[in-house]
Design a protein around this ligand. Structure first.
Ligand code: ADP
Ligand code: ZN
Length: 749
């Protein structure tokens, strides 16, 4: 047994996150290990605080050391695998130890402080429901003469154990069962009742028969299932059957007795994947994503931890699933920015997966029709093995794509958001009983309220962003902090001039569609309509069942979905994404357009797509229309090389956030000069510090924000330099002016 432990505590800052030594109570009442969750007295006031044990020591404790208050039970401790992840996250992403702990275990599995008889104690966040289960262990005594209910109960239990509830349903009350238990005829046990998800999916494995092209790819990939770490890219056009290749590879991995992690970029795509995996591979499929409630999430997590799952499916956080012996990790639609976490720890699932694959000897498979420029670059350089699927399954052609020039549309007198051409095609599709998808990546009704007199735009009080008009509630809403102005004003608050509402979101398009096509059944999918639990799943399955003709929505309708009856896709309001600030703006537009266009014509009916734009000659749109990724990639990679952007360097984006603008700016500038000086002393570490500037959203929730971008080679040496600079920043007490965040994955938008 250890005598003292080193603990990392909750609520530390990146400037100040070290290990504190505590001694164990002498009565040996606590069982503590590496990775145990503990409660410690902290600070001058000795307030109880959560912590995690990251070091244990046999040396005799010093009486001056503080004593642990409580420790969670042994089975709740972080496994060596998860502990490794915590240390790795801390080193790679500049988070605190405890932030990393909170990332790797779900909320429901985290212990929290409570008071028990006045003493600070730990308690687990979520308790899984339990039920009593009775089992026959003895014989009914002949005297006193058993009653009919008792006889019936014994008869039922001869078939096997039953829960109290099951017995009650058969007319045996709890009293009868407990009486038999007291007599020693039955044993009873409290068993955790794991809420089983997706039980309605039948197990119907099908023979996976691959096309020649798919088979070749699958065989090539299967060679990489040799217990050594590998990374590969499966680049296949939309509808080429990447999912079928996954299924075949998963089957081969399971046959080796190893486990599989499948990552999808959005919650909306999990049901479809779960359906396929459960019907193909049965019940040992677990799920991890944020739309589960705490109990479900915890139950699924426990199932994985206890070895009850062979396959885990989920979104970003599933990358921390406590799976051992992972043979295969699939990251589908690998280019999606949702795989990056935007709060601490600011990690990329891709890199976590790489680390796990290296540790466990797994094949890491990236898949996409539009890989990120980074991934494709590394595939071409040979760092990842590259596999291609060039044809759609069944020989279906890619959709025919046309540009609609919205400037001409306006000149011709159509001031609506839907062009005449699109309206006509929608009508035709409706007549034929086919389905259509419209993409518009903005929710709300009107996106801008401008004063016609003083030209002022109505912005949020707490954030430097325009407020969006939501017609259903007649409110202006800030999409960043959620604050509202209700009812929506008609006059400018500054000068009293008349407000003009412009720009359009999904609500307005839905309304316009209803006017143009009164017979069409329209489904709108955006953050406002999908808030309820399982909303995505329900909506997609109703659309799939033909209950709607047109689905209009934000990026959530653009990717990964497979609806055979969709033959028409419309892309609206894409232009302002083209002119975004991010160095990835083109990559993102290319991917979004290719993906959504690829939703059409996936089965026997041919597909077509219309892109509404004011820049119909724009090369990125035209390449996306042709679905010609490689023609897009070459010049794009060349630009990145020339102007030094990833993959030719790493971007370290530092955020400086505080209440006073001038102080935030000064803090950012001071940091830049501290780092500049250190860099001068270490000329062997290549880096380029750009000038600090306000972020594109300069104020968020009443906090001013500056950023500092460093182009660097992200390695140990650079991170060490950054740590030194942070220490100096802290020594100069600048952290009181602006707190710092570090992100190696930010899009800088
Ligand atoms: P991708 O993910 O590459 O866009 P999918 O895996 O969704 O494509 O496949 C597109 C459609 O073609 C799906 O309906 C899928 O079931 C079907 N499909 C692809 N390959 C096969 C195959 N080998 N056998 C049967 N159906 C297939
Ligand atoms: Zn706001």
């Amino acid at each position: 047994m250890p005598q003292t432990v080193q603990v990392a505590v909750d609520r530390a800052t990146i400037h100040f996150d070290k290990l504190y030594t505590y001694r164990l109570p002498q009565d040996r009442s606590l069982e503590v290990h590496h990775g145990s969750m503990v409660l410690v007295p902290f600070g001058r006031a000795n307030k109880p605080r959560m912590g995690v044990v990251l070091g244990v020591d046999q040396e005799a404790p010093d009486q001056a050391q503080k004593e642990l208050l409580d420790a969670a039970p042994g089975e709740a401790r972080l496994t060596p695998d998860l502990l490794n992840l915590v240390l790795w996250l801390k080193e790679e992403t500049f988070c605190t130890y405890y932030e990393a702990v909170k990332a790797v275990i779900p909320y429901g599995a985290q212990y929290r402080p409570t008071l028990e008889e006045g003493k600070p104690r730990l308690q687990c966040g979520t308790r899984l429901p339990t039920q009593l289960v009775y089992r026959l262990t003895g014989q009914l005594p002949e005297k006193p003469k058993p009653g009919p209910k008792q006889l019936a109960a014994v008869k039922l239990l001869e078939e096997g154990p039953l829960s109290a509830k099951a017995l009650e349903e058969k007319g045996i009350s709890r009293e009868v069962a407990n009486n038999l238990w007291k007599k020693g005829v039955l044993e009873r046990e409290e068993v955790s009742e794991v809420p089983d998800l997706y039980t309605n999916i039948p197990y119907r494995p099908e023979e996976i028969s691959l096309t020649a092209e798919q088979k070749e790819v699958s065989q090539g990939l299967a060679q990489l299932l040799d217990r050594k770490p590998h990374a590969a890219l499966l680049y296949g056009v939309t509808g080429s059957g990447k999912t079928l290749v996954f299924l075949s590879l998963i089957q081969q991995t399971l046959a080796l007795g190893r486990k599989v992690l499948v990552m999808v970029p959005e919650i909306g795509l999990t049901p479809q994947m779960i359906l396929r995996l459960k019907s193909q591979f049965g019940s040992r499929v677990a799920v991890q994503h944020s739309a589960l409630n705490h109990t479900e999430r915890l139950a699924q997590w426990r199932m994985i931890q206890q070895g009850g799952a062979d396959i885990v499916v989920g979104t970003r956080s599933a990358v921390f699933a406590p799976l051992d012996d992972i043979g295969l990790i699939i990251i589908d639609e690998e280019q999606e920015h949702t795989y990056h976490s935007e709060s601490s720890p600011r990690f990329a699932a891709r890199d976590v997966a790489k680390f796990r694959a290296a540790q466990q000897g797994s094949l890491l498979l990236f898949a996409s029709a539009t890989p990120s420029v980074d991934t494709f670059y590394w595939a071409k350089e040979g760092r990842y093995s590259l596999f291609r699927l060039t044809q759609r399954y069944g020989g279906h052609p890619l959709p025919q794509v046309e540009m609609v020039d919205m400037r001409q549309e306006l000149a011709a007198g159509n001031a609506g958001e839907i062009s005449l051409e699109l309206a006509q095609q929608l009508q035709e599709n409706l007549n034929q009983g086919h389905q259509s998808i419209l993409l518009l990546n903005r929710r709300g009704y009107r996106t801008l309220a401008t004063c016609s007199h003083c030209r002022e735009v109505i912005k949020c009080h707490s954030c430097s962003v325009p407020m969006v008009y939501h017609k259903d509630k007649n409110q202006l809403v800030c999409h960043y902090c959620g604050s509202v102005i209700s009812p929506a004003p008609r006059e400018c608050p500054s000068c009293g001039g008349e407000l003009r509402y412009t720009g359009f979101g999904t609500q307005r398009v839905e309304e316009e569609l209803a006017r143009l096509l009164p017979k069409a059944r329209i489904l709108r999918m955006d953050q406002d309509t999908t808030g309820k639990k399982n909303a995505h799943e329900t909506m997609f399955s109703r659309f799939s069942a033909g209950e709607y003709d047109i689905m209009v929505g934000t990026q959530m309708v653009a990717k990964g979905l497979d609806f055979p009856k969709v033959t028409l896709v419309g892309v609206l309001g894409i232009d302002n994404l083209l002119f975004g600030q991010s160095y990835r703006a083109y990559e993102n537009v290319f991917s979004l357009v290719t993906q959504v266009v690829g939703r059409g014509g996936r089965a026997d009916l041919p597909g077509r797509a219309l892109i509404q734009t004011s820049v119909p000659d724009h090369p990125v749109l035209n390449l996306a229309a042709r679905q010609d990724y490689e023609a897009f990639y070459e010049p794009e990679a060349e630009l990145r090389r020339r102007f030094l952007y990833p993959p030719f360097c790493s971007l370290c984006t530092m955020g400086f956030v505080g209440e006073k603008e001038d102080r935030v700016r000064d803090a950012a500038q001071s940091f830049a000069s501290i780092l500049g000086q250190l860099a001068g002393q270490n000329p062997e570490i290549p880096l380029r510090i750009l000038r600090p500037a306000p972020m594109s959203i300069a104020m968020l929730k009443d906090q001013y924000r500056y950023r500092l971008i460093i182009k660097c080679r992200n390695g140990k040496k650079f991170r060490e330099l950054l740590r030194q600079a942070l220490a100096e920043y802290d020594t100069r007490k600048l952290s009181g002016w602006a707190s710092v965040s570090i992100d190696f994955y930010s899009d800088n938008d």
